[in-house]
Design a protein around this ligand. Structure first.
Ligand code: 13P
Ligand code: SF4
Length: 327
């Protein structure tokens, strides 16, 4: 073993602790809250005021009195928060933290698709830009996609941008005709059927819990399919002792912390979202210090995009629990 390794680890820990202290001071000074997605680094989850999935975080931003929100996640999440809360300052610590899936569709391409299917409604996964949301009838997240699609009166639904989520919803709602877009999550599609078979052979008693962004063959081998927020609830409530987690590795930190007597195995070592890992303590401190990367959405786009987000919250009965700024 390298004799310097221990010294280096201690120096790393000291540095992180100093940064955490600095962030706490800055948070006070700026009257800010730190909102953190479940895929963020462990040390970012440690400084969170609220941790959750994309839907929970958007709602959390609507409920807080704080004027400044540091959104530790990716661009589309901070943008949704900005659409729903135009009176608040939403900071994204690293402006390059995008979601490749969200970039797989543009408003122009969606408009062309709508012309091809004039009788279809558009349901748009929140992993999309504000401009795409503005062209959609209703948004959804992985936690409410089935309920949203069921509630839309049209038989035909253009579902963008995630193909796997679209196919999963189609399998659960066969009475609808879903036209899937061809987008995907580069992290989740890397998991193959063989990976699941291999890890199941190693842990035969474990339940397989997968995110619906995974390939259909992977979902077919899973015991439970849900959003990241749904995974916490499912694993906590289940009497099962071991779980194979088929989503981004950041999930394991809180799952293990909140379920000390249970075992969690990541399905493959490839389950890492590079964009989610761009946010570091240093960037959070920098963002609060300099108020950098405030996310704003032009009003002509925001006023359309909020309708699709608001419709989603109405369908899932969540509009009662949140106040709509300006609407
Ligand atoms: P959740 O809404 O389940 O947190 O998913 C967001 C996401 O980007 C999954 O890859
Ligand atoms: Fe986007 Fe996939 Fe990362 Fe989620 S895990 S933010 S869908 S790239």
């Amino acid at each position: 073993m390298n004799p310097n390794a221990n010294n280096r680890n201690t120096a790393d820990e000291n540095y992180k602790n100093e940064l955490k202290k600095r962030i706490l001071e800055l948070k006070e000074k700026r009257n800010a809250v730190i909102i953190v997605h479940n895929y963020q680094r462990d040390e970012i989850q440690d400084i969170a005021d609220i941790t959750g999935d994309s839907l929970a975080l958007s709602k959390a931003v609507m409920r807080t009195d704080a004027k400044t929100i540091v959104f530790c996640g990716v661009q589309f999440m901070a943008e949704s928060a900005a659409i729903l809360n135009p009176d608040k300052t939403i900071l994204l610590p690293v402006k390059e933290a995008g979601c490749p899936m969200a970039d797989m569709i543009t408003a122009e391409k969606l408009k062309a698709k709508k012309l091809e299917y004039p009788d279809a409604a558009v349901v748009c996964y929140v992993n999309s830009s504000a401009k795409v949301k503005a062209e959609s009838d209703c948004c959804c997240t992985s936690s409410n996609a089935i309920a949203v699609v069921k509630s839309i009166p049209n038989k035909k639904i253009i579902f963008v941008p995630d193909r796997n989520l679209a196919l999963y919803v189609q399998s659960q709602v066969p009475q609808k005709e879903i036209v899937p877009w061809k987008g995907f999550c580069p992290t989740h599609i890397r998991v193959q059927e063989e990976d699941i078979k291999e890890i199941k052979a190693l842990h035969p008693d474990a339940e397989v819990i997968a995110h619906p962004e995974c390939n259909p063959e992977v979902l077919a081998l899973s015991d439970h399919i849900c959003s990241t927020g749904g995974m916490f609830k499912y694993c906590k409530d289940s009497s099962t002792k071991s779980f194979i987690i088929v989503t981004e590795m950041g999930m394991l930190y809180r799952l293990r912390k909140e379920n000390l007597t249970k075992n969690f195995y990541l399905a493959t070592e490839h389950l890492i979202c590079p964009s989610m890992k761009l946010t570091t303590l240093g960037w959070v401190a920098h963002s609060l210090e300099n108020m950098t990367n405030a996310i704003t959405v032009p009003e002509e786009i925001r006023s359309k995009a909020i309708k699709a987000l608001r419709k989603m919250l109405e369908i899932t009965g969540e509009s009662q629990t949140v106040a709509f700024a300006g609407y």
